[in-house]
Design a protein around this ligand. Sequence first.
Ligand SMILES: Nc1ncnc2c1ncn2[C@@H]1O[C@H](COP(=O)(O)OP(=O)(O)OP(=O)(O)O)[C@@H](O)[C@H]1O
Ligand SMILES: Nc1ncnc2c1ncn2[C@@H]1O[C@H](COP(=O)(O)OP(=O)(O)OP(=O)(O)O)[C@@H](O)[C@H]1O
Ligand SMILES: [Mg+2]
Ligand SMILES: [Mg+2]
Lengths: 251, 251
Amino acid sequence: MRFIAVINQKGGVGKTTTTVNMGHALAMAGHKVTVMDMDPQGHLTKSLGVDHHKTPGMDRILLDGATVAEMKQTVRENLTLIPAGPRLAEVDQLTEGGAKRGWVLKQAINGDLAQQEYALIDCPPSSNLLAMNSLLACNEVLVPVSGDYLSLDGLSRFMGVYEHIARALQKDTREWIVITRYNERRRMARGVRLKIQDTYPGKILATPIRENVALAEGPAIGKTIFEYQNKSKGADDYRQLAQDLISRRTL
Amino acid sequence: MRFIAVINQKGGVGKTTTTVNMGHALAMAGHKVTVMDMDPQGHLTKSLGVDHHKTPGMDRILLDGATVAEMKQTVRENLTLIPAGPRLAEVDQLTEGGAKRGWVLKQAINGDLAQQEYALIDCPPSSNLLAMNSLLACNEVLVPVSGDYLSLDGLSRFMGVYEHIARALQKDTREWIVITRYNERRRMARGVRLKIQDTYPGKILATPIRENVALAEGPAIGKTIFEYQNKSKGADDYRQLAQDLISRRTL
Ligand SMILES: Nc1ncnc2c1ncn2[C@@H]1O[C@H](COP(=O)(O)OP(=O)(O)OP(=O)(O)O)[C@@H](O)[C@H]1O
Ligand SMILES: Nc1ncnc2c1ncn2[C@@H]1O[C@H](COP(=O)(O)OP(=O)(O)OP(=O)(O)O)[C@@H](O)[C@H]1O
Ligand SMILES: [Mg+2]
Ligand SMILES: [Mg+2]
C-alpha cells in the first residue's frame, strides 16, 4: 500500500487537480484508491462532485475521533473519498498536545486502509498542522511544481524542510516531482523544467502535465477529466502520469 | 492612510504579483507606499530583489517585539518593504494568548506608518493566524481572483468569512476584488468574470489583469514589471489598476 502526500506550500500549483485526476486514473486502471481531502477549502471534495460545505469527513476524524470507515464514501468505481468537512480549519487551532498533534492522522488511519493499494492525501498550501499530519502519515511525497520561478522556489523550500523531517524521523521515504500547468512554448517553463532535472535527478515523474483549460472546467460540475473530456491532453497526461507512478518511471 | 490586506486563501491567484506591482505603480505615481510580507514563503520579499532566506522583518516584529521602524527598508523610490523574515512560520505555532494573538500586528504597527499613504499586506494562502492578523490590522481588503472555478469558490468562501468578522467587530470596512490571470479567450474566464459582477456589484476594480508571462519572469531577478518590461500588458494593467484603487473606480 502506497501512502502518498500530494504537497507543496506554494499555492495553485495543481495539488488538487493532480490528486483528483491521477487518483481517478489509478482507479480506472483497476487499483483500489482512497483520496483524502486535508484542505479546509474542500476543493478535492468539490472536484469529485461532493458538497464540500456540508459533508463531514477529515474534520470528524481529526477533531472528534471518528473512524476512517465511518467517514469514507465511494465516489467512483475503485475510488473512495474522505471529504474535508466544514470544520477542518479548526485543526490548526488545536493548541494542546505539543508534537503529538502531528501524528493524529497516522494514528486515526491505523489499519483502516489496509485493503487500499494507493492513498493520496491532498494537502493545503501551507506548512501548518494539517500538512504536517499528512507528511507524517505517508511514506512517499509527490510535489507538483508549475513552470514558473516562484513555484520553483516553493519546491526547493519544501525539499529542504522534508529532508530535515525524514532524517529526524529516520524514515525511509521517497520523493516524486511532477511538472504541472506546463506550457511548452514558454521559455521560462522550459528553463524551470531543466533546472529541476539538474537539481533533482531521478525524482521527476516522466510525464509533464500540460496546461489544458478542460482540467479547470471539470471541477465546476464535479467531473474528473476522464468524465468531462476523455480525449483531451489533460486526460492523456494524467492517464500516463498514473502509469509513471505505478512503474516509478522518471525523466 | 489606506491599509489594505491583499488576501485570498486560494493559492496562486496573484496576491503577491498584485502586491508587488500595484505597490510599485502607486509609488511611481508619487504616493508613499509600504508593502509587508506576511507569507513565510517570502515571495513578496524575493520579488523585490531582497534575500528572503536571510533578511529579518515581520518575524522579528511579531515574535520579538521589534518595531516597524527597525525592520523596514527602502526598496524603491517612495516604496518601503517589511520582509517576511526566515522565522515567520513560527507565528502560527504561537499557542498562548487566545484571541489576543490576532491583534499583534495592529498593535505592533501602532502609529509607525502614519507617514505612509498606502500600506499593502501580502497574505499567505490560508486562513491562519498570519492572515487573521492582516485582516484585523486593515480597514480594506483586496481579493485577487483568477478566471477559474476553484478560484471563484475561494472568493465566496472568503467573502463569507470576512462579512462575519467585520460584523462581529462592528468595523467599517471596504472590499475590493481584482480579476487576475485573465485570459479573455477562455469561455470559463469570461463566465467567472460575469458571475463575480453579478454577485458583487460595485466591488470589482475596473481593470482585469491579463495573463502575461512577463509578470512571472520578473521575480526571478527581483524586478517589478515596470523594471523588467515597462511596455508589456502586465505593466499597462497594473499601472491602470493602481489608478482604479486610488479613484475607487469599479466595473
Ligand atoms: N494543467 C492545468 N491546465 C489548466 N488549468 C489547470 C491545470 N492544473 C490546474 N489547473 C487549474 O489551476 C487552478 C489551481 O489548481 P489547483 O487548485 O489544483 O492547485 P492547488 O495547488 O491544489 O491549489 P491550492 O494551493 O489552493 O490548494 C485550478 O483552477 C485548476 O483547475
Ligand atoms: N497575470 C499573470 N500573468 C502571468 N503569470 C502570472 C500572473 N499573475 C501571477 N502570475 C504567476 O503565477 C504564479 C502565482 O502568482 P502569485 O505567486 O502572485 O500568487 P499568490 O496568490 O501570491 O500565490 P500564493 O497563494 O502561493 O501566495 C506566480 O509564478 C506568478 O508569477
Ligand atoms: Mg488544492
Ligand atoms: Mg503569494
